[in-house]
Design a protein around this ligand. Structure first.
Ligand SMILES: [Ca+2]
Length: 355
């Protein structure tokens, strides 16, 4: 199937609202799609939008998640799960798309993101590669993520752990080792787009406004079986008490209040927004913020010359000793050209104003 031949259509907000007004569906988080929903957005969940408190002042919340502020989002359809290997494979088969990790790195792009005076990398480092979690044998300080992340030649979405690894038997796992550009290309092919950070966080909360977690204020308990995170000594050994070490098939855990799966844990998910740690501070204090699209450009003080996009939701590597990234307010910067073994995405369809 070639690009453009799929039956997905991008509806306008007026189409959606008209169908809702006719009483043909569109209830919040109605997992069983109505005929109207199925016609507009096959397999997607309608999230009717509303006001919520974005960010958090919980003790676990980092400065980048503060201050909490009131935000309103308009309604949108959202994929009920992260995009799976099977779904991404359908896209690749239809289009011949080659992901970022499967291509040699662009030296000019790399140098643009490096501080002036940085020497060029060894040409060998430009070979197709991606970022793989490689647990160290012993305890290491948790302030240096290079101790457990490796740049591995031959790692890509079909080989998420590098050469010799595969996605055989994982067709219903989230696709990983996809860059923001790869995620955007998939979304465009599907007639969708990536969610804004505000849409993502509103959806993740599932109607539980102001709660610490997607299930409420109760802390993450290893034996609760709520989400796919990390148990054990990070980053050395994941005991997999929740049933999984590594990614899990989508729909393995209970959905949130809107019928959305894996909005906490399993894989981080790319959002549309540029990342800035002070994005919330810049827009708070001005009253209700409506459908924010994020800053016009990014800034990450740890890599001040590199572009960054927002990732949300946490992953199977998250735990309270390190990032507590499974909380809906948690946010991480990601280089748009960099996939990892614990980053995927899902798509939305919304009004034309959403981009
Ligand atoms: Ca796990």
């Amino acid at each position: 199937m070639k690009k453009g031949t799929r039956t997905f259509k991008t509806p306008t907000l007026s189409t959606i609202l008209l169908l809702c007004a006719l009483g043909t569906g569109c209830s919040v988080g109605d997992e069983a799609a109505t005929p109207a929903q199925e016609m507009i957005a096959p397999g997607m969940i309608w999230v009717s939008g509303g006001e919520f408190t974005m960010g958090s002042d919980d003790p676990l919340a980092r400065p980048r998640e503060r201050p909490p502020h009131r935000v309103k989002v308009n309604g949108f359809f959202m994929d009920p799960t992260p995009v799976t290997n099977a779904q991404f494979g359908e896209f690749v088969e239809a289009t011949g798309y080659v992901t970022t990790a499967e291509k040699p790195a662009d030296l000019a792009e790399i140098m643009k993101q490096a501080p002036p005076g940085t020497p060029e990398p060894d040409p060998e480092m430009l070979a197709p590669a991606s970022v793989v979690f490689t647990p160290p044998a012993g305890r290491v300080p948790l302030d240096d993520h290079f101790r457990w992340w490796s740049y591995v030649k031959g790692a890509d979405w079909r080989h998420p752990g590098g050469p010799g690894s595969s996605i055989e038997g994982k067709s219903d796992h989230p696709v990983v080792q996809v860059s923001w550009y790869d995620a955007t290309a998939y979304a465009e092919w599907a007639g969708k787009r990536l969610p804004t950070e505000a849409e993502w966080e509103f959806a993740a909360r599932g109607g539980l406004d102001g709660k610490v977690n997607v299930w409420g204020d109760e802390p993450l308990a290893e034996d609760a079986g709520r989400v796919n995170t990390w148990q054990g000594s990070f980053p050395n050994e994941d005991l997999g008490h929740d049933g999984y070490s590594g990614t899990s098939p989508v729909r393995s855990f209970q959905p949130n209040g809107y019928g959305l799966y894996d909005m906490a844990g399993n894989v981080w998910e790319w959002c549309l927004d540029h990342y800035r740690p002070d994005a919330y501070a810049q827009r708070a204090g001005g009253g209700l913020v409506v459908d924010p699209k994020g800053p016009s450009s990014s800034f990450d003080p740890r890599e001040s010359f590199a572009e960054k996009r927002v990732q949300k939701g946490g992953s199977y590597l998250c735990n309270d000793s390190y990032c507590s990234g499974y909380r809906p307010s948690a946010r991480e910067p990601g280089s748009p050209d960099t996939g990892t073994g614990h980053t995927g995405f899902r798509c939305v369809m919304a009004s034309s104003s959403g981009g």
